[in-house]
Design a protein around this ligand. Structure first.
Ligand code: 87F
Length: 520
C-alpha cells in the first residue's frame, strides 16, 4: 500500500510526515556521498551517516521513497534468517509456540491499556481510508501486540491446566518515529520477534525472563560478535506497562553511545488486571496470571554494522555471513585459465560439502582487484585467491577481511585451514570489539568525573542512589546538542560497593553500580 505509483487503496494519514532529506528520492540520497567530505561532525551524526553509506554500498539496504522505510536486500535478510533459525529452535526447546496475530488494531482495543499507550501515541500510524472513502473508524497498525493478543489470552486461559501459555510471533511492526531515521537503528517499520507468555507463578515468569535474556546475549556475542552487558533498566527507563525490564546493552565506541540490544520484560500482573486474564488454581480460587514479553529486532544488524564496520565497509562475522568464503580466480594472460577456474570450482565444492557457505566470483568483466574491494565492502570474512602459482603448488591463498592477514593453505588441508581461519575471525572480532568497548568504560565517583567522562564519549559506571528524581536531574543537567545522558542499565554483575559510597549525582548513599551514557 505504500509503493510509489502503486494504486494505494489505503493511506496512513493521521501522521503528518515531516519530509526527511531523502524523502521523495528513489536514488541514493546525495548526502550519502557528501559525507565523505564531512569529517568534522562531532556529535555522532557522522557515524550514523557512515552506517547509511556502508549498508547501501554493502548491498544490505536500498533506500525507499518513504522516509524511514528501507528495503532489506538478501545480504541483510540472510543475516536475519540465520539469527531467526537459532532463536526459533531455542524457544521451541522451551515449549514456546509460534503464532500470528493481525497487523491491524482497532482503536478501542489499542487504547484499552491507556497508561501504557499514552507516551507512545504520537508514534502510532493509522489507516483512515479505503479507496476514496473514509473508514468509519480509523484502524491502527500494530506498534507492538500486547493489546492485540491479551484479549485472547483472557479467552483462552481458564484454569491452571491452560498455563503456562507461551507464544511468539515473527512479524513487522510500525512506529512512526520523527527523529532522524537510520537504517536498522531507527526505522519506521522493522522486523522482530515478540514473545508473550503467561504463568501461574511469578517464579516461573522470573526464570523465563532470564532464559530469554541469555538467548539475546548469545545472539549478540556468539553470532554477531558484539559484547553486551546484561542488566536491569531503571524505573525511569523500563517499559512503563511492566514490572521490571531486563536488557542486553551494547556500546558503539566510535560514537560513544549505548544501544539497548534487546529486552526481556516481566510484566507482573498489570496487563492481567487490565485484560482480565485470570485462572482457577488447584484449590478453585480465582488468580491473575503473571506475564512476560520480550523482543529483539533488526536493530541487531545495525549494531553489528556499527561495531565491526571499517573504512572499507562491512565486516561480517562468519557465523552470520551468507557468504563466508569468496573464491576469486586470478588468471594471467599466459596462464592456464581453465585450470584456475576448475581449481576455484573444486574449492567451492569442497567447502560447500564441508558445510561452509562459499561462492566463486567468475565474472570476466571485472578485474581481480575490483572484486577484492567489492567483497571487502560486502564484508565477506575470508577471501580465497587462486592464481597460476597457487595452481602449480596445489594451494590457495586466503586473506582475512578483519585484519588482512594472508596465509597459504594446501588444497589437501583446505577444510581444516578454512575452519581454523573462520573460527579465528569470529573470535578476534569479538575480542577486538570487547577490548575497544572495555577501553570506553570509565568508573566515576563524582559529578565532575562523570561530566568529564561523558565529554570523552565513555560508557560510565557510577554508584547511584537509584532515585528516579536524580535520574531525571542527570538528564536535565546533561541536555545539549548531543543528547542527554541516561542510565543504560544496572549490571547483574555488580562490583563491590563499599559501605559509605555516595551517589555520583546526588551525594546521598549509593545503592548500586549503574551504567550511564548517551544512547541511541
Ligand atoms: C510505540 C507505539 C505504541 C514501545 C511503542 O518491548 C506502543 C509502544 O508499547 C509500546 N513503543 N512500546 C513498548 C513495547 C513493549 C514490549 N512489547 C512486546 C517489548 C517487547 C515486545
Amino acid at each position: 500500500m505504500a509503493g510509489k505509483g502503486a494504486n494505494s487503496s489505503a493511506t496512513v494519514s493521521t501522521c503528518t510526515v515531516t519530509l526527511g532529506k531523502e524523502e521523495g528520492s528513489k536514488k541514493r540520497p546525495a548526502w550519502v556521498s557528501l559525507i565523505r567530505k564531512t569529517k568534522t561532525l562531532e556529535n555522532g551524526t557522522l557515524r550514523v551517516f557512515l552506517v547509511a553509506k556502508v549498508v547501501v554500498n554493502g548491498e544490505m539496504i536500498e533506500y525507499y521513497d518513504i522516509s524511514g522505510c528501507y528495503i532489506l536486500r538478501p545480504w541483510a535478510m540472510s543475516i536475519w534468517e540465520i539469527m531467526q533459525t537459532f532463536f526459533d529452535a531455542e524457544i521451541k526447546k522451551m515449549k514456546i509456540k509460534n503464532c500470528y496475530f493481525p497487523l491491524f488494531v482497532s482503536s478501542g482495543v489499542l487504547q484499552k491499556e491507556k497508561d501504557h499507550i499514552e507516551g507512545f501515541a504520537p508514534e502510532v500510524a493509522w489507516v483512515t481510508k479505503s479507496g476514496e472513502s473514509e473508514l468509519e473508524m480509523p484502524i491502527a497498525i500494530r506498534p507492538t501486540s500486547e493489546t492485540v493478543m491479551y484479549p485472547y489470552f483472557s479467552k483462552w486461559i481458564r484454569g491452571h491446566r491452560d498455563l503456562p501459555l507461551r507464544l511468539n510471533q515473527w512479524c513487522n511492526v510500525v512506529r512512526w518515529e520523527f527523529s532522524n531515521p537510520t537504517p536498522f537503528i531507527r526505522s519506521r517499520e522493522f522486523l522482530w520477534q515478540e514473545g508473550h507468555t503467561a504463568f501461574a507463578t511469578k517464579e516461573e515468569a522470573d526464570t523465563e525472563v532470564l532464559e530469554i535474556l541469555e538467548l539475546y546475549r548469545r545472539i549478540y556475542e556468539e553470532f554477531l560478535a558484539v559484547p553486551v552487558i546484561k542488566g536491569k533498566k531503571s524505573e525511569h527507563e523500563k517499559f512503563a506497562g511492566g514490572l521490571y525490564t531486563t536488557t542486553v546493552e551494547a556500546f558503539v565506541p566510535n560514537t560513544g553511545r549505548g544501544v539497548q540490544g534487546a529486552t526481556s520484560h516481566c510484566l507482573g500482573q498489570n496487563f492481567a488486571k487490565m485484560f482480565e486474564i485470570n485462572f482457577e488454581n488447584e484449590k478453585g480460587e480465582k488468580c491473575m496470571v503473571w506475564q512476560n514479553s520480550w523482543a529483539y529486532t533488526t536493530r541487531t544488524i545495525g549494531v553489528m554494522v556499527m561495531v565491526h564496520g571499517d573504512d572499507k565497509g562491512l565486516v561480517l562475522p562468519p557465523k552470520v555471513a551468507s557468504v563466508q568464503v569468496i573464491v576469486i580466480p586470478v588468471p594471467y594472460k599466459d596462464a592456464n585459465t581453465q585450470g584456475i577456474f576448475d581449481a576455484c570450482a573444486a574449492t567451492v565444492k569442497t567447502l560447500n560439502e564441508a558445510g561452509f557457505r562459499a561462492e566463486a566470483d567468475y565474472r570476466d568483466n571485472y578485474s581481480p582487484g575490483w572484486k577484492y574491494s567489492h567483497w571487502e565492502m560486502k564484508g565477506v570474512p575470508l577471501r580465497i585467491e587462486i592464481g597460476p602459482k597457487d595452481l602449480a603448488n596445489n594451494q590457495v591463498r586466503a586473506v582475512r577481511r578483519d585484519n588482512s592477514a594472508k596465509s597459504d593453505i594446501q588444497m589437501a588441508s583446505l577444510v581444516e585451514g578454512v575452519k581454523e581461519m573462520l573460527d579465528n575471525v569470529q573470535q578476534s572480532l569479538f575480542d577486538a570489539a570487547k577490548q575497544k568497548r572495555d577501553a570506553c568504560i570509565q568508573v566515576v565517583n563524582t559529578w565532575e568525573e562523570f561530566a568529564e567522562a561523558l565529554g570523552q564519549k565513555k560508557m560510565i559506571l557510577a554508584p547511584w542512589c537509584d532515585e528516579e528524581e536524580v535520574e531525571k536531574d542527570v538528564k536535565a543537567r546533561t541536555k545539549g546538542e548531543m543528547g542527554a545522558a541516561k542510565s543504560l542499565c544496572t549490571p547483574f554483575d555488580q562490583p563491590e560497593l563499599p559501605e559509605g559510597t555516595l551517589c555520583f549525582a546526588s551525594g546521598t548513599p549509593a545503592k548500586k553500580w549503574t551504567y550511564w551514557g548517551r544512547s541511541y
